[in-house]
Design a protein around this ligand. Structure first.
Ligand code: FNR
Length: 338
């Protein structure tokens, strides 16, 4: 599958890593791409917070960082994912806050499906679903103001009629694709996904529809992705939880053991200086019911990426990578001084 043949991200016939808070940081995205994902979404980030960030080119890590006033790296990206990463925003999504970053990503997505109270109480996330005028206004502003493709991610509405009317309005704004999580705002992730709604949406619009919501009961490994796509009649499939538990779900040759995948994940986390709390969080999601195992316990007590490496026998890799980064830091410093 090719997601980017003509310089602009194409959302047809692609397997996509879904946006996931905390999980969808750089190491998960790179690993998912390695295993065969065509497109990777970032975790959702609040537009007003992004507007306060400074864009910093990090020569040592070879990344571009968006750094908050409190020095926290809100979004880190690199060349390897530049043509494949979709930046997900939540908020009223003012176009000026995006102009700083649109050149560093392949597309911009607006999350209109988040049912969590912190999103909906401010009128963001899924609260937008009952305000199609606002949806339209946000998407039109973005499509006009941003040079990259714009997509949006929604949940379905209680009636098919309202859902189809909404997606047609969304299509008319000029978005490049629409991701549909086939559940109602108040349905929980364990409820069955409504493939029939996604199918009706796919028939009603001509832009690519990306089917989402199949992780629990339908998608366990790569072969199931195509089954889910067929069951929904969508162009593409977006995977969240199955990829959070084991990103090798994207691998056409089949799943790898979670032990092997965790090791590869950790290498990316070290190489890109991922925050240790985030590294721990992602590894814990992969351990799932094994969090009480000796490895799980060690992971829980670890405070740094170096501590985490001990549990995985990656101390040598850690040292070697740190030495390489340090050498690059010194070389850059020397160049600066000349
Ligand atoms: C999510 N989901 C989500 N959706 C979104 O649009 N932006 C986000 O930042 C997040 N964050 C997030 C974090 C975690 C840990 C989970 C499990 C889920 C929802 C997600 O993208 C997806 O819509 C649902 O999980 C349903 O897809 P699956 O899990 O059945 O493939």
């Amino acid at each position: 599958m090719t997601a980017n043949t003509v310089g602009r991200l194409c959302f047809r016939n692609v397997n996509v890593l879904a946006p996931m808070v905390r999980v969808g940081t750089l190491p998960t995205r790179l690993l998912s791409l390695d295993y065969g994902a065509d497109i990777v979404y970032s975790e959702e980030l609040i537009d007003i917070k992004m507007a306060q960030c400074q864009r910093v080119v990090n020569d040592v890590l070879e990344t571009v960082d968006f750094v908050a006033p409190d020095e926290r790296v809100m979004f880190r990206t690199c060349k390897k994912e530049k043509d494949r990463v979709v930046f997900q925003m939540v908020g009223y999504t003012q176009e000026p806050s995006l102009s700083a970053m649109e050149n560093d990503v392949a597309a911009i997505d607006v999350n209109m499906g988040c049912p969590k109270e912190y999103s909906t109480k401010g009128g963001m996330g899924a609260a937008l679903l009952s305000d199609p005028d606002k949806i339209e206004a946000i998407l039109r502003t973005l499509v006009k103001g941003v040079s990259k493709p714009v997509t949006c991610k929604i949940r379905i509405l209680p009636t098919l009629e309202d859902t189809l009317s909404l997606v047609k309005r969304i299509e008319n704004t000029g978005v490049a694709a629409i991701a549909v999580h086939g559940r109602l705002k108040d349905e929980r992730p364990r409820h069955p996904v409504h493939c029939d709604f996604i199918q009706a949406i796919a028939e009603a619009v001509s832009i690519p529809v990306i089917a989402n919501g199949g992780s629990l009961d339908r998608v366990k490994a790569h072969a199931d992705i195509e089954e889910f796509r067929k069951a929904t009649g969508a162009s593409s499939v977006m995977i969240a939880r199955a990829a959070m538990w084991n990103p090798s779900v994207f691998r056409s040759q089949g799943l790898l053991s979670v032990e092997e995948v965790m090791e590869e994940y950790l290498k990316y986390a070290i190489r890109y200086d991922n925050h240790a709390f985030n590294t721990k969080y992602c590894l814990c999601q992969m351990l799932r019911d094994k969090v009480e195992s000796p490895l799980g316990k060690q992971l829980k007590s670890a405070q740094t990426n170096e501590d985490i490496c001990e549990g995985y026998g990656l101390q040598e890799y850690y040292k070697k990578t740190q030495a390489e980064l340090q050498a690059r830091r010194e070389a850059i410093q020397t160049n600066h001084n000349h």
